[in-house]
Design a protein around this ligand. Structure first.
Ligand code: NAP
Length: 508
């Protein structure tokens, strides 16, 4: 089933074309024209979202669960066409797109189950104490309520699971918040077919039309207008530190500042402890290479930096990684811009003082080949430029003189999505020294694994201190991510006639 995009925006149930267009830039297959987004279209979508909130924000959990499940069904009904256009636009292999589609529908269904259980409402009750002296206590309830219309910026590297109907959209819709998506210019056709699926689910389940809109991008003014629109109450974003920070600043400067939940850059350091290096250095080197090169390194959890102690065993691990990476062929990147940023990022690393090039590559347009570099911890500790993410299959080995210096390197990192320890039983004392440092730096700490591959579940935290994210209290993956789009409301002394239905359940 081939999908030919019509190139329109979906604004509150209507497909709307604007005069100016931009062309998609697929990795392969035909390019199509898409209507260029405008601030006026953003305003229409936001106003419709606000209107929809008056009913959607007060819908029952069962109604929203039915809507989320219907979106998943509609995505599945378009499975082949989604894979085809997604792969053409992003250059990602079809198998990856299929897996990502499963993750996307799985997230929607997970949120449908999650809200039905009701725990996320965090309902609390303090019974009235009319006889308390010196003052009586009124009856108090508290419960999480949806915040209003939410803006979502689709991610370039996950055209399905972090985009139009991705984790941010699923969490916001589950919470009861209408969503306005700013489509990512790297995959406008994929955005359109997913919007079509959401539109069909809106019709099927009788949801208000303004509950979802997609405004295609093509112009920076679209995203800027969206985060500044007074009816938007929060933003979900995955992308670069520069872009995220610019939009975060706009949110903070609004007359009514709003939270900007940006999931930004991370180098995801790995600490290779001596017993693990000695026992399985070769396998670790090969495993690292596999994780680093997977999907052309275009994962926010890509482990870009490995920290180890100096010595022959560590060198053997590095050689195993180098050999495995040198066998990795060229891979297509998501966009020309991302490929250019990768090539210039690699050049910049190579020029830094003390950096030794172990594997270098020449990349063609929109292609990535792996790079591997090495630096002493002495040089690393004095150079903050090296802590910046290079998005792609680039690895840097930091060699410490001793365990104290390894801990010092750990302390030198800014906020991270993940931090990894590879260890044997005998490494536990050093592991225990690293833990308090890594726990302070990262949203997820893992042992003897690789951080690529983010489980979607109740316990996942995909976030972390800045610059990994702009809000360390939040995650953009897993059921906890719904909290971003909720706020607690306290209900004092309400008669049963006014108490929200979800609280009436616990009032008896
Ligand atoms: P991006 O350039 O930050 O763009 C993400 C979204 O934000 C796009 O819709 C973009 O619109 C919009 N945007 C960016 N800057 C803006 C601004 N100043 N004003 C208004 N809108 C703005 O990220 P990307 O295109 O996904 O990828 C580029 C880089 O992001 C990569 O090289 C990588 O470093 C990083 N990245 C990181 C992660 C992660 O999870 N950590 C994931 C993906 C990408 P336009 O497209 O119209 O500019």
């Amino acid at each position: 089933m081939t999908f030919t995009p019509h190139g329109k925006h979906l604004i509150a149930g209507a497909w709307i074309a604007s005069e100016a267009t931009f062309s998609s830039e697929p990795a392969h297959g035909p390019a199509y024209d898409f209507s260029l987004g405008t601030p006026e279209l953003v305003a229409q979508a936001c106003e419709a979202a606000e209107e929809a909130f008056w009913s959607y924000g007060y819908s029952t959990r069962a109604e929203r669960a039915a809507f989320l499940n219907a979106i998943a069904d509609e995505i599945e009904a378009r499975a082949e066409a989604i894979t085809e256009i997604g792969s053409q636009e992003s250059g990602l292999p079809e198998a990856r797109l299929k897996g990502e589609r499963g993750r996307t529908t799985g997230q929607l269904r997970m949120f449908a189950d999650h809200i039905q259980k009701g725990d996320y409402l965090d309902r609390r009750h303090d019974a009235a104490l009319p006889d308390r002296a010196p003052a009586p206590r009124p009856e108090l309830f508290t419960m999480q309520r949806p915040i209003g219309p939410v803006a979502v910026f689709g991610a370039s590297n996950f055209p399905l699971a972090f985009s139009t109907a991705g984790g941010d959209t699923a969490a916001a819709l589950a919470a009861g918040c209408p969503v306005v998506v700013k489509g990512h210019g790297a995959h406008p056709g994929t955005g359109e077919i997913i919007a079509e699926a959401i539109h069909a689910a809106v019709e099927k389940t009788g949801m208000p039309k303004g509950v979802f809109s997609l405004v295609q991008g093509g112009d920076r003014s679209v995203g800027q207008a969206l985060v500044q629109h007074p009816l938007i109450k929060a933003v979900g974003f995955t992308g670069s530190l520069g872009g995220g920070r610019a939009l975060f600043d706009l949110c903070a400067q609004r007359p009514e500042p709003i939270p900007f939940f940006g999931e930004l850059g991370s180098v995801n350091p790995m600490f290779l402890l001596p017993e693990a290096v000695s026992a399985r250095g070769e396998a670790l080197g090969q495993g690292w290479a596999g994780s680093l090169a997977m999907g052309a390194g275009q994962f926010c959890t890509n482990p870009g930096i490995a920290v180890m102690l100096e010595g022959a065993e560590g060198e053997a691990l590095v050689e195993a990684a180098r050999a495995a990476l040198s066998e990795t062929g060229a891979q297509v990147m998501l966009t020309d811009g991302i490929a250019k940023a990768y090539a210039s990022g690699a050049e910049k690393v190579a020029r830094e003082p003390g950096v030794q090039e172990l594997l270098s590559s020449v990349c063609d347009v929109r292609e990535a080949k792996p790079f591997l570099f090495r630096i002493s911890a002495d040089d690393w500790l004095g150079n903050h430029a090296l802590t910046e993410e290079v998005f792609g299959p680039l690895g840097l080995v930091v060699v410490a003189k001793d365990v104290d210096q390894m801990v010092e390197v750990a302390r030198s990192f800014a906020g991270q999505l993940t931090a990894t320890i590879h260890m044997g039983d005998g490494d536990a004392p050093l592991g225990r020294r690293l833990m308090p440092v890594l726990e302070r730096k990262a949203g997820r700490v893992l042992v003897n694994g690789f951080p690529t591959g983010v489980e979607v579940c109740d316990t996942m935290v995909h976030g972390g201190p800045y610059p990994a994210s702009t809000n360390f209290g939040a995650t953009s993956v897993g059921t906890l991510s719904i909290r971003r789009f909720l706020r607690p409301v306290c209900y004092q002394n309400l008669p049963a006639a006014l108490l929200p239905e979800d609280l009436a359940e616990i009032a008896q």
